[in-house]
Design a protein around this ligand. Structure first.
Ligand code: TYC
Length: 123
């Protein structure tokens, strides 16, 4: 059987070189039995923080420092942006990490009787 070497993917090429693929009877060619591996990058999500009239500014800054690893300057800037505009971006993450961080903030705020809310949105 003839094999077009240009149709063999790089992973199969490596497997053939290592003697793990094909039955080439010493021709150096072989039968490609693998299909191409297609990897796709994970979708990204923004964690949004929402303004409210009750959560203390200092508590919002603390949340941004604790859950989004911001320094006090960035945390204060984001908090003031949310206070003035109504909503702001805390960061961009994979879906799982974004969900986890949003939940951590809302749970932590609830434990302290604050109504602070976070949501996620596809970036
Ligand atoms: N608006 C709040 C206040 O005046 C402060 C605040 C900022 C609350 C950002 C929530 O996401 C928020 N105390």
């Amino acid at each position: 059987m003839q094999t077009d070497i240009h149709s063999i993917d790089s992973r199969t090429m490596r497997a053939m070189a290592a003697g793990k693929e094909g039955d080439d009877a010493g021709t150096g060619l072989g039968v490609a039995t693998r299909t191409r591996t297609r990897t796709k990058k994970p979708s990204l999500y923004k964690v949004l923080m929402l303004n409210d009239d009750y959560t203390p500014m200092e508590f919002v800054v603390l949340c941004l420092q604790r859950f989004f690893r911001m320094n006090i300057e960035d945390a204060t800037r984001v908090m003031l942006h949310v206070h003035q505009k109504g909503v702001g971006v805390c960061g961009v993450f994979s879906h799982e990490v974004a969900e986890t961080k949003a939940t951590q903030v809302v749970d932590f705020a609830r434990q302290h009787q604050h109504p602070l809310q976070c949501t996620i949105e596809k970036a």
